[in-house]
Design a protein around this ligand. Structure first.
Ligand code: PEP
Length: 250
């Protein structure tokens, strides 16, 4: 049985004061949810504040991305080691906004995942097809290519530490959600791809769904056997909505 994981991705939203209030609210709710891994990815500058507010509460701290290099002259970048240093235990890599807006390709996403693992973080490897790719029946080819690029670089132990997030690009921030059956089918495909490399690892890898998850559709998505939780954007900016989604994962 895989433990559900629900992570909030705030993207570039909020303020320091609001971040502290949001985190405090999530911590309160998470204490009542011992069955779920609850995680938050604040903007970098608020990660330390968030960690301070979390204290000993059962909420995991994550980064929204990390550098695909270790240290050095990379103005504006934040390394996986720095995220680990300020209390993060996971980091998103390959979010579709990073791929589309900042030109991150599969090779760079794989580099990031590698540095995340080396720093002791779990990379949450985001994969997903655009609407054009879905309509051209390229969904499986797309997510396979994206996942393979990361898996190519990982040995068995490293593979066991990744989390996968299936996020169809057409569902992110659009109010359109994959149906539970659509999500489950892609998750099952992704798990098969992991199994093709490491059969014993595949059953334990958590695969999250992301894309307009809200309190009113979360339970149906999470009820699918291959859906192990969610990556939540917009709804994670509202404590009540985010906690309702976390509760739906129990
Ligand atoms: C996301 O940004 O990863 C996401 C899934 O956003 P939203 O929930 O707003 O669609």
């Amino acid at each position: 049985m895989r433990r559900p994981f629900v992570a909030g991705n705030w993207k570039m939203n909020g303020s320091r004061a609001r971040a502290r209030v949001l985190v405090a609210g999530v911590c309160e709710g998470a204490r009542e949810l011992p069955e779920v891994d609850v995680g938050l990815c604040p903007p970098f500058v608020y990660v330390t504040d968030a960690g301070e507010v979390i204290g000993d509460a059962p909420v995991r701290l994550g980064g929204q991305t990390c550098a695909g290099v270790e240290y050095g002259a990379f103005t504006g970048e934040v390394s996986a080691y720095m995220l680990a240093d300020v209390g993060c235990s996971f980091v998103l890599v390959g979010h579709s906004e990073r791929r589309m807006l900042y030109g991150e390709d599969d090779a760079e996403v794989a580099e990031k995942a590698g540095f995340a693992l080396a720093a002791g973080l779990s990379p949450v490897v985001c994969v997903g097809e655009t609407l054009a790719e879905r309509e051209a029946e390229q969904t499986e080819a797309t997510v396979e290519r994206q996942l393979d690029a990361v898996m190519d670089r990982l040995d068995r132990d490293a593979l066991a530490r990744i989390v996968i997030a299936y996020e169809p690009v057409w569902a992110i921030g659009t109010g359109r959600t994959a149906t539970p059956a659509q999500a489950n089918a892609v998750h099952a495909f992704l798990r098969e791809r992991v199994a093709a490399r490491e059969p014993e690892v595949a059953a334990g890898v958590r695969i999250l769904y992301g894309g307009s998850v809200k309190p009113d559709n979360a339970a149906a998505l999470f009820a699918e056997p291959e859906v192990d939780g969610g990556l939540i954007g917009g709804a994670s900016l509202d404590v009540g909505q985010f906690l309702d989604i976390c509760r739906a994962a129990v």
